[in-house]
Design a protein around this ligand. Structure first.
Ligand SMILES: Cc1ncc(COP(=O)(O)O)c(C=O)c1O
Length: 395
């Protein structure tokens, strides 16, 4: 969470005072319509036609895959470094996650994507980890060449951009998370965006099995099918509208801090990770790449002595593919008939899963150190980090 306060309290209070907490009420009866307004405002900010507010980033990914018509027999390429939800979402719709290496930007390696593509690949899912954009130009080129779709997991990158375009708006579908740890939050929440009205219609239906009973089913471009319930409440919609108004200002500050840190450390001997769009990414972390894990860990220890916390992504548990127990052990569902790993065509496909299957990812993660950047840093706090980095680099 970057910032929350009085405006969010007032927005939530206004909804409670209206006594209409359900998003699909009668719009004529003084309905706050916060969720619908948020969706319009999000679509406008992201530069897309359609946005759908849902209960989580995971739900946004699942609705995005449903929107793209992904299901049993299909494969989705995901990076080896991402939150496990990116790989669980394909399984939730009966598709198989195929794990690809990251590169030194700590995001999906387009070259490995090309190696991992197969006859059943339907979607490539780049993930903008820690607010750092994936190499979208290269990924889109690979996707176009092979006729597959792109679903951007921008759950850790709400508000960031890639070379002038908002993250989430470049592929056919984008997904955001608004859980407590994200750039924008309502405690929990998510959204999917797309320009394709049919993709949007399928996602709408999937997100709400009751949709056919509300007025909002009028513009659907596909017939109703059995959906779930990933609906958000008006309270969350109201909070998120305030968060959306804050986001650009907050990321302007994190980016400015990052630019200062990088300029001051340019001659420190520290090597930065690869940046795919430094000018307009989120700026919420600064990554250093070391020659060995030992050096990375020594740097972390030296920073701790200077009173500054840093971390290595190899220690980030469920974000590292080798710790994805249900996937490493190929248990894709509670029921065998719903389990993509147990489908005959997937058993024959030769896809294997093992903790050492992406050695380059493990190597890069273990040599990387992240320094978190917060918008509220004062100039003195930025200076403290610069001096700590310089001393730790020497040590
Ligand atoms: C990269 C990534 N994808 C997907 C998700 C899922 O989001 P949520 O927790 O809102 O379901 C997260 C959340 O941590 C994430 O970091």
């Amino acid at each position: 969470m970057l910032e929350i306060g009085k405006e969010e309290i007032e927005a939530a209070a206004r909804v409670i005072q209206s006594r209409i907490l359900f998003r699909y009420g009668d719009p004529k009866a003084g309905h706050p319509n916060e969720c619908a307004k948020f969706e319009r405002e999000l679509a406008k900010k992201m530069g897309v036609e359609h946005a759908l507010l849902v209960t989580s980033g995971t739900a946004a990914l699942v609705c995005g895959l449903a929107g793209l018509g992904v299901g049993p027999g299909d494969e989705v390429i995901v990076p080896a470094y991402t939150f496990i939800a990116s790989a669980l979402a394909p399984l939730a719709v009966g598709a198989l996650p195929v794990i690809a290496e990251i590169d030194e930007s700590l995001t999906l390696d387009p070259k490995d994507v090309e190696k991992k593509l197969g006859p059943r690949t339907k979607v490539i899912m780049p993930v903008h980890m820690c607010g750092l954009p994936a190499d979208m130009n290269a990924i889109m080129r690979v996707a176009r060449k092979h006729g597959v779709k792109v679903l951007e997991d921008a759950c850790q990158a709400d508000g960031g951009s890639y070379r002038g375009k908002r993250l989430g708006s470049i592929g056919e579908v984008g997904a955001y998370s608004f859980n407590y740890f994200k750039n924008m939050t309502a405690g929990e929440g998510g959204a999917m965006v797309t320009n394709d009205p049919e993709v949007f219609s399928r996602a709408m239906i999937h997100h709400d099995g009751g949709l056919g009973f509300w007025q909002h089913n009028q513009d659907l471009k596909v017939p109703l099918f059995a959906g779930w319930n990933f609906r958000m409440s008006e309270i969350q919609g109201a909070i998120l509208r305030v968060q959306l108004r804050r986001i650009d200002g907050l990321l302007k500050r994190t980016r400015a801090h990052k630019a200062k840190l990088m300029a001051a450390l340019s001659d420190s001997g520290l090597r930065f990770i690869k940046h795919n769009s430094l000018e307009d990414e989120c700026g919420t972390v600064l990554g250093f790449l070391f020659g060995s894990e030992d050096r990375a860990r020594r740097f972390i220890a030296a920073m701790r002595k200077e009173g500054v916390g840093t971390w290595t992504p190899i220690d980030s548990g469920r974000h590292v593919y080798s710790n994805w127990e249900p996937i490493m052990q190929q248990r894709g569902s509670y029921h065998p008939a719903l389990d993509a790993f147990k489908r005959p065509e997937n058993r024959k496909s030769g896809r294997t899963y093992a903790p050492d299957m992406c050695p380059r990812t493990l190597d890069i993660l273990s040599r990387t150190v992240y320094l978190d950047i917060r918008p509220e840093f004062t100039a003195a706090e930025v200076r403290k980090r610069i001096s700590a980095c310089r001393k730790a680099a020497q040590a």
